[in-house]
Design a protein around this ligand. Structure first.
Ligand SMILES: Cc1cc2nc3c(=O)[nH]c(=O)nc-3n(C[C@H](O)[C@H](O)[C@H](O)COP(=O)(O)O)c2cc1C
Length: 367
């Protein structure tokens, strides 16, 4: 039921957002997350939110890598890093949710400020540097929570110079994957955090080969997706795709934040070099990533498309370029939670207007 969605989202835009946007971004995020956690723990609140905000249609339903997705739109990693609010996400209308990034050791995050809003560019400058409570605590929380949509656990290596060499990094990833084997439905292996000690070494094919070879030895039937940077060359994308085939990687999350500062989509000036940019700034880069991978893999691999989804048109374009699943974070912050139901409703309309009976059929229509 979506009838009440429009006034609720109007309320977000006119009341909640001006208030939250007048506060420090991290404070606003922490308060919103705490509210989401509280509502998620109250059954009547979940029921009410579900019946006013979410949208369902058989056209949006699909099975991907043996998982059932009621709709293609998920919450991306970074909003609920420690998995505190996962119980609310299906009520908000998300088809799946991803927690993390999760690392072996807890990390309190890089120095402040770690979040800066760039409203002219519809973007956020993020420099958390993989802040999270560590896999042991997060695992204990996730294993107790029952949710009815697929749950992804996004795993990265601890942000510390003590864990930065290749051997320790690989051990770090494997520890978390081993620990999380019995909870959640898919893994995202995040090799693309832009704000960590030692950079993004696992975009290099020989190092990625070592990492994936080791991960492959961990016994799990859960699909594994690689989250990659939107800043890499087409040649590097090709190398990564080849390794994905070699090591049983089921798909790609396209993509993470950009480190670029010279894009004509950035309207704010004097940005610091530290941190990565989300939202509209990254949209074209992530679209290129999706398109390039889809041209190489067709429907053989899952592509989770994200980066600058603010409207159903943005989402539809990513499906047209080859994504079969979608995620967002920045759109949620700028447009409010009603965006999820609205995008799903409009995607369903686009599918039926174009005579597609599911997303798989529409996938890649622009290629
Ligand atoms: C506040 C914030 C924190 C993020 N933290 C993570 C993270 O911990 N791990 C990760 O893989 N991506 C992280 N991301 C990247 C998002 O998952 C996503 O790839 C990127 O923001 C592009 O999507 P968007 O334009 O919808 O935000 C973060 C993004 C934001 C805005």
């Amino acid at each position: 039921m979506i009838i009440l969605n429009t006034p609720l989202n109007f309320g977000y835009k006119k009341i909640a957002k001006p208030y939250l946007f007048s506060k420090d971004p991290e404070w606003a995020h922490d308060k919103t997350l705490a509210s989401a956690k509280t509502f998620g723990n109250i059954l009547p609140a979940r029921w009410l939110i579900k019946h006013t905000m979410s949208y369902s249609s058989n056209l949006l339903n699909q099975t991907v890598d043996s998982l059932n997705f009621q709709n293609p739109l998920g919450l991306a990693a970074g909003w609920d890093k420690d998995g505190q609010a996962i119980k609310l996400m299906s009520s908000l209308g998300f088809g799946f949710t991803e927690v993390g990034s999760i690392t072996k050791h807890a990390y309190q995050g890089n120095d402040y400020p770690r979040l800066t809003r760039l409203p002219k560019s519809k973007s956020i400058l993020v420099n958390y540097g993989l802040k999270n409570q560590g896999v042991d605590i997060i695992y204990n929380r996730l294993r107790k929570a029952k949710i009815n949509i697929p749950l992804g656990t996004n795993v990265a290596r601890t942000n510390s110079k003590d864990c930065a060499d290749d051997r320790k990094s690989i051990e770090d990833y494997c520890y978390s994957i081993e620990k999380l084997k019995t909870t959640g439905d898919y893994f995202t292996i995040n090799i693309s955090c832009p704000n960590t000690f030692g950079g993004q070494p696992f975009h290099q094919p020989d190092r990625l080969n070592l990492l994936l070879r080791e991960i492959e030895t961990i016994k799990t039937n859960k699909p594994k997706y690689l989250k990659i940077s939107p800043d890499i060359s087409n040649r590097n994308i090709e190398e990564i795709v080849n390794l994905a085939y070699k090591h049983n990687i089921a798909g790609f999350v396209c993509g993470n934040l950009t480190k670029k500062r010279n894009l004509n989509t950035i309207y704010e000036t004097n940005l610091p070099q530290e941190g990565g940019l989300s939202g509209a700034v990254v949209s074209e880069l992530s679209n290129n990533l999706i398109k390039t991978i889809y041209k190489m893999t067709g429907n053989e691999k899952t592509i989770i498309g994200l980066g600058g989804i603010f409207t159903a048109e943005d989402a539809w374009q990513k499906i047209g370029l080859g994504a079969n699943l979608l995620q967002l974070v920045t759109g949620l912050i700028y447009e409010g939670p009603g965006l999820v139901g609205l995008i799903n409703k409009q995607l369903s309309k686009k599918l039926s207007e174009n005579n597609y009976s599911n997303i798989e059929q529409a996938r890649g229509f622009l290629i």
